[in-house]
Design a protein around this ligand. Structure first.
Ligand code: HEC
Length: 249
């Protein structure tokens, strides 16, 4: 009886998550924290396109520089768009009140967003802005409908129109890839083609996952060292064993 209840509850968890989120998460992102070049590109992108509004209150410039092998001078000269010194945490350029006034809502801190919402959510959110003239910003978003965030990556992505929401696409075959995803049509090109834009947003997502749990990077490299050690140790133990038993046989 109890067990069935647990199983039922367990099965309902994804539903509960959906209900809580309300919106769909159409695209999947394969997080790769082992790709340092990607993390560096993501950091650069964050500083250029996001730090104007969003802070990373649990992250310091210095830590990013150390973790991602970015020389301090490069960090200070090229990546620090906001006020502050290399030892400071990353504050948005805009103060919260004026941002709230401009957008109707203060841009939230993004330190823990990857942990709260997941990489797929962030990735999908950044891919799902579409033109909507009824909105003050001129855009809407499939993942967070009526979002207060403007399409800040439009110079890169261009603008897309929403052809239909997911589920409406019943007529005919699916187009492969992300099943049941909403369909967008690029109506104005940006600096990047769609594949390049997806890659860039993937870098940015990787970076935000790293920011959410910087200790993961340490764990990854430690895990690698531990495995190398165990392999060496096994070889050594084997050689020792042979040595010990040589005279017995
Ligand atoms: C011009 C200001 C502005 C810029 C620049 C900006 N955002 Fe936002 N962003 C917002 C606002 C305002 C919200 C709140 C949206 C809402 O709740 O409706 C938001 C919300 C978000 C959220 C949802 C957070 C949550 O948990 O609710 C994410 C993720 C996000 N932004 C990512 C980014 C990324 C990545 C960039 C850089 C490419 C970026 N934003 C640049 C204003 C901005």
């Amino acid at each position: 009886m109890m067990r069935r209840l647990f199983i039922a509850l367990f099965l309902m968890m994804p539903l509960a998550a959906l209900a809580a989120g309300g919106e769909s998460v159409p695209f999947h992102h394969e997080t790769n924290l082992g790709n340092q070049a990607s993390l560096q590109r993501g950091a650069k992108m964050f500083m250029n396109y996001c730090s104007g509004c969003h802070s990373l209150q649990y992250m310091r410039y210095q830590r990013i520089a150390d973790d991602l092998d970015i020389p301090e001078e490069v960090m200070e000269k090229n990546l620090m768009m906001t006020r502050g010194k290399i030892h400071d945490t990353i504050q948005g350029t805009m103060d919260a009140e004026s941002a709230a006034e401009w957008f109707g809502k203060a841009p939230p801190d993004l330190s823990l967003t990857a942990r709260e919402r997941g990489a797929d959510w962030i990735y999908s959110f950044l891919l799902s802005f579409y033109r909507d003239d009824s909105r003050p910003s001129g855009v809407n978003n499939v993942v967070m409908s009526n979002t207060a965030m403007p399409a800040v990556l439009a110079p890169l992505q261009g603008y897309q129109a929403l052809k239909h929401e997911e589920g409406e696409g019943g007529e005919g075959e699916s187009h492969g890839g992300d099943h049941g995803a909403p369909e967008f049509e690029l109506v104005q090109e940006g600096q990047l083609d769609p594949a390049e834009y997806k890659a860039a947003v993937g870098d940015l997502t990787n970076f935000l996952v790293y920011v959410g749990e910087p200790a993961k990077l340490v764990r990854y490299s430690l895990g690698f060292k531990v495995i190398v050690f165990l392999l060496l140790f096994t070889a050594l133990a084997y050689m020792l064993k042979k040595e010990f038993w040589r005279d017995v046989h």
